[in-house]
Ligand binder design. Structure first.
Ligand SMILES: Cc1cc2nc3c(=O)[nH]c(=O)nc-3n(C[C@H](O)[C@H](O)[C@H](O)COP(=O)(O)O)c2cc1C
Length: 208
């Protein structure tokens, strides 16, 4: 049995939780993208949101190399993906590679939180995409050396993740049964008691 794109989208929603912003509960990472472009206006909005992320010393170390399908940049980012990711990410109309400057511009000292700041901006990017009815899927499964070389990324920039962006596609369009099953699997998370401590290993007492 396979579900339609809108049915799977319903299935993937985290349960409503009082006063938690629905946007945070509704974002999820599909592997099937529809054959439909992302408008330049929406792309602009997504990056406008990301640039207002917080960063250490307001360095804004993030850079987003963005390729739309058919462009050289898209092909270069795609070429760096691992085989599993290539098998589904080929349907995404936009691929974005996040990189971050590892040196502070005010004094040239190492920025130990560059990757942290890039991740924070990437999350805002994903949430803004979700607010626009778009979908993102981040990937660590790519060859950083291949990407760095193909895209001429300077050595003092650290690479984060590739982000596939687009409209949700039909699960049945995925390459094989394994991927379809992954697309239909419910989203799971650790309970708050496992991730919030009052002392190391001791769950913080939070109201239910
Ligand atoms: C930094 C990062 C790297 C990831 N790498 C991959 C990847 O290479 N391939 C893949 O299929 N999914 C990848 N994922 C997707 C995660 O598996 C997914 O976000 C997680 O299972 C939670 O699911 P959700 O985003 O639908 O809530 C990655 C996610 C993040 C944040």
């Amino acid at each position: 049995m396979t579900l339609s794109a809108s049915e799977v989208n319903q299935l993937k929603q985290a349960p409503a939780t009082e006063d938690v912003v629905p946007l945070f509960l509704h974002r999820w990472s599909p592997r099937s993208f529809a054959d439909r472009e992302v408008s330049p206006a929406d792309l602009r909005k997504i990056f406008e949101a990301a640039r207002w992320s917080a960063s250490s010393y307001n360095e804004q170390p993030w850079r987003f190399l963005t390729g739309t399908r058919g462009s050289e940049t898209y092909d270069k980012i795609f070429s760096s993906l691992g085989d599993f990711n290539k098998a589904w990410a080929k349907t995404a109309p936009v691929l974005i590679l996040g990189a971050a400057s590892t040196k502070f511009s005010h004094n040239g000292a190492p920025n130990g939180v560059a990757l942290y700041d890039l991740g924070a901006a990437a999350q805002v990017l994903c949430l803004q995409a979700s607010a626009l009815g778009l979908f993102t899927h981040q990937m660590a499964g790519f060859d950083k050396d291949v990407a760095r070389k193909a895209l001429a990324i300077p050595e003092d920039y650290i690479l984060g993740a590739v982000i596939a962006l687009g409209h949700l596609g039909e699960p049945s369009a995925l390459a094989n049964e394994q991927m379809i099953n992954m697309e239909l699997a419910p989203r799971v998370r650790k309970p708050v008691s496992e991730i919030v401590f009052s002392a190391w290993g001791e769950p913080a007492k939070l109201e239910a």
